[in-house]
Design a protein around this ligand. Structure first.
Ligand code: 5GP
Length: 261
């Protein structure tokens, strides 16, 4: 497969064309951003860990029948994915209230939700990804009712699977963000899971100590982001599957180097 020109550069990833018009390469950067791009740094090794963790989660989801864009991981930082038309909505799934919902609604941090709560945000950096309702989605035709209903069902299955997967390794899945895309499969329009699932897009707390093992370590200046992401990868059994060379590379990354931009 030949890597072509850059098609899109986001905050944490770059998409490159390939010689197959249906496939693109997703490159995981080390850049970390928060608070609508107001806080920025580079954390060496973050992209490598997110590439591995996201590959692991998406391939497990594939095995339980959740279609997604992942084709295969190419190397430490890149994966081949199916080209989809991204639905311009961030789907936020919450099991325990923390983060923006506690500030927005005055809910006590750590409140366990009786059922998973799905929120929708418009993917628009200029507007700061505002919270929207299903009615907004339908009124402005960002997605159809059929698509939303299908996505909601998928989200609940994904959440159930991920809660169990993380619980098995002593981690609580607090909340996460998902994105979906449109694609034609065998001439039929389908909606499939896209983007990434990693400690950048999930809140993950140690089951016993509530230690944060996710991007909040960067957002809240807690430090030790790479050791936390490495811990997630190790508990999921990802790191020791690597060749010696890449295992050494990731181990080296435990010493965090943060370059201020
Ligand atoms: P909150 O709304 O509390 O800031 O975020 C809820 C969850 O969605 C968190 O797990 C957070 O990581 C994820 N999330 C929400 N928006 C974004 C985003 O723009 N980028 C990333 N990487 N994650 C997001």
């Amino acid at each position: 497969m030949k890597k072509g020109k850059k098609l899109y550069e986001g905050k944490a990833k770059i998409i490159y064309a390939t010689n197959d018009k249906n496939l693109v390469i997703q490159y995981f950067k080390d850049d970390a951003t928060a608070f609508n791009n107001q806080k920025k740094t580079t954390i060496e090794g973050k992209g490598v860990l997110n590439n591995r963790i996201s590959e692991y989660i998406l391939s497990n989801l594939s095995q339980i029948g959740i279609k997604n864009h992942l084709v295969k991981r190419l190397n430490m930082r890149e994966q081949v994915i199916k080209l989809v038309e991204i639905i311009p909505i961030e789907f936020i799934v919450r099991n325990i209230a923390t983060g923006s919902i506690t500030k927005r609604l005055g809910i006590e941090d750590g409140t366990v939700l009786r059922e998973p709560l799905i929120e929708y945000c418009l993917k628009n950096d200029k507007l700061g990804d505002p919270l929207i309702s299903e009615e907004h989605i339908l009124a402005f035709e960002w997605a159809s009712k059929t698509e939303i209903d299908k996505i909601k069902k998928l989200i609940l299955r994904i959440n159930d699977f991920m809660i169990g997967m993380f619980r098995g390794v002593g981690i609580k899945l607090i909340d996460f963000k998902l994105e979906f895309g449109r694609i034609k499969i065998d001439g039929k329009n389908e909606v499939i899971l896209a983007d990434e699932i990693s400690p950048d897009t999930c809140r993950l707390w140690d089951s016993v100590t509530d230690k944060k093992l996710d991007k909040d370590r960067f957002r809240q200046d807690l430090g030790d982001l790479i050791p936390a992401y490495t811990e997630v990868a190790k508990r999921l059994g990802i790191l020791h599957e690597q060749s010696n060379v890449s295992a050494v590379n990731v181990t080296k990354l435990s010493s965090v180097k943060i370059k201020k931009k």
